[in-house]
Design a protein around this ligand. Sequence first.
Ligand code: BGC
Length: 377
Amino acid sequence: MRLIAITGAVALGIGLAGCASDDSGSGDGDGAAEDITVGVAMPTETSERWIADGEAVESQLEDAGYEVDLQFANDDIPRQQQQIDQMITNGADILIVASIDGTALATQLENAASKGIPVVAYDRLINGTENVDFYVTFDNYTVGVQQAQSLLRGLGYLDENNEETGLDEEKIIELFAGSPDDNNTGFFYQGAMDTLQPFLDDGRLTVPSGQIDMDTISTLRWDQATAQKRMEDLLTSTYNGGSDPLDGVLSPYDGISRGIITALENAGYGSTIEEGLPVLSGQDAEIASVKLIDDGVQYATIFKDTRKLASQAVDAATAFAEGEEPEANDTESYDNGVKVVPSFLLESDIVVADNIGELLVDSGYWSEEEIEAGVAE
Ligand code: BGC
């Protein structure tokens, strides 16, 4: 099964050796890249993180000498399927895919495998197919742990080293999860729930709506408006329209956090945490949310450096182009239902107001001007 992709990769390596001698002296960068086209399928341009991922993968591949066919699918599954079909028809030699629905690409990937095209799953695992050769991502379980830790810090139960402070007050929270068709959602949820469970068990935390299981709290397509609507419904059903206390909300993504914040502000909880806005977590360090954190509105986000992920994807593509296997650092965690996909996991960081400068500005991810404006340049 893997043989097909490996054969394809080896064939690429051999093809390349031929090209390199034909074009000797004219190539730049890594010779393995010459005459190789990489199809890059990204899910959507409605979220900055995926624009940043797309741009980082494209520019790093181009710097390494590859041709790049980058497509965004507007969170539309048939569109992503068509884009991948088209990449294959147009002669892509390697595919890098961040899926919308992790189970919807089996036909496309079968087609890729039959042509010997190696497939790298980018950030989100592709499920139910043997035809995914490598996976580059962050440690998604740990991201979920960090989301819960940041909520617990904002509520005062943990200090900045994630040690318990000894605070013994009872607090009230609600929970949100990501899109049910994204394989990462379960990892984020599990990491977060394992971390919150001791606090739920001993009653320091309660979830008055009783909505705790992942399906009930999920947010299709990670959509901001969907999250805002669910928060509004919760406030109506359980919080007397916003007059009852609510201390914190677990949110798995900055766009979802912004929807929740809008609902809370409209219901009169205040405009900053100091004024009484519940503590919120997030994910992706999107510029609009980094500004909200800087302004004391959102408590935290999780920073996943898309430049590092792009670089791992380019390394994986290069290994395949050279007829080799990319280097994995996890060969156990990511079972896609058909096989365990060898993976490279990166680390993420909790961002709060105090470390925005260190983590995001000093590393060149966002400038001070961008944070001030809340808009990417
Ligand atoms: C990614 C997150 C992102 C979410 C919504 C997930 O698959 O891992 O970083 O927040 O999708 O785009």
